[in-house]
Design a protein around this ligand. Structure first.
Ligand SMILES: [Zn+2]
Ligand SMILES: [Zn+2]
Length: 337
């Protein structure tokens, strides 16, 4: 089969490799429908994750059809359309048993610890899988674990409620544009911020009530749009470059949830603000099977409309990475084997 592989210190390259043939009893072989390109993949290529098992097949956003099942697979059959979590949980630890498998310390992440989805086929555990409901496109399925399900998890972390005002940073990116849609679907007022003027119309089409473009003082603009009050929740998808202004954009008692960071360098923030205004900052990682299921249902009900910049063949994965690095996409870039 064709697979995009990464050697330590190398660039992603298309190779012909053997199709996985040995399945453990609880594993399945999936034929890929589509896979997403994630900023995390770019960090993997940059060598940011020191425990990556090279050489590795990149990719962790997995939508496919069941091709083969191991002998103890009970819930899935050949031909089922499925989505995988971006990792394989252990299934036995306290967090896994409590339905917080995203926090499993023994989880193995696709494209880092185990071979991923920039390939024609991928081997997955049944513990990672969710069935795709009728009416969900391959695009909607491919973004449901790492984008839309992840965002449902993030908004839950921040206890987002109907009627609240949400600020979404990086609103033109694959994560940001869907963060706008989901906040709107949950009944919130959405202020979106972007550094790319050309993305504004698309962001408004996704439901943003206000779009702040390339602002030198994001917090001042947010205060202006909220009669001085600030945002109840900030969905921070950029990280270090916007964090300080995001914090200043929060209302008293407001919450920030950080889901992404494009710059791994440490950052500084004003602790005084957090104390005096009783602000809270949450980290949020990935999604659980329950949240992927919910994201797929919202997609089937047309509450989520996948915003896809491009669908490229596997051999153009490198070009897809360049589009992401240059912030040249409105929405997600996908690969189709
Ligand atoms: Zn991802
Ligand atoms: Zn576990």
């Amino acid at each position: 089969m064709k697979a995009v592989r990464l050697e330590k210190g190398g660039r992603p390259e298309l190779h012909e490799v053997p199709t996985p043939s040995d399945l453990k009893s609880d594993q399945l072989l999936l034929k890929l429908e589509m896979t997403g390109i994630c900023y995390r993949d770019l960090l993997t290529v940059d060598g940011f994750f020191p425990n990556t098992k090279y050489p590795i097949t990149l990719g962790h956003e997995i939508a496919g059809t069941v091709e083969k099942v191991g002998e103890n697979v009970t819930d899935f059959r050949v031909g089922d359309r499925v989505v995988s979590l971006i990792y394989e949980p252990c299934g036995e630890c306290e967090d896994c048993l409590a339905g917080r498998e995203n926090l499993c310390r023994r989880k193995k992440t696709f494209g880092e610890d185990i071979d991923g989805s920039y390939a024609e086929f991928v081997r997955v555990s049944q513990r990672s899988l969710v069935k795709v409901p009728v009416g969900v496109s391959p695009e909607g399925a491919a973004i449901s674990a790492c984008v839309t399900g992840m965002l449902l998890h993030a908004y839950r972390r921040a206890s987002l409620k109907e009627g609240e005002t949400v600020l979404v940073t990086g609103a033109g990116g694959g994560v940001g544009v869907h963060a706008v849609q989901i906040a709107k679907a949950l009944g919130c007022r959405v202020i979106a911020s972007t550094t790319s003027h050309w993305k504004s119309t698309g962001i408004r089409d996704s439901g943003a009530d206000e779009v702040i473009e390339n602002s030198t003082s994001l917090s001042a603009e947010v205060k202006k749009l909220t009669s001085g009050r600030g945002a109840d929740v900030v969905l921070e998808s950029v990280g270090t470059p916007t964090l300080s202004e995001s914090l200043r954009s929060l209302a008293w008692g407001g919450r920030m949830v950080v889901v992404g960071n494009v710059n791994p360098k440490p950052t500084e923030m004003s602790l005084g603000l957090i104390i005096l205004r009783e602000n809270a900052i949450f980290g949020s990682v990935s999604s659980t099977r329950k949240e992927v299921q919910e994201a797929l249902e919202m997609t089937a009900q047309h509450k989520i409309h996948p915003v896809i910049h491009a669908v490229l063949p596997l051999e153009r994965a490198g070009e897809g990475h360049d589009i992401m690095r240059n912030r040249g996409s409105l929405g997600r870039v996908l690969l189709k084997p």
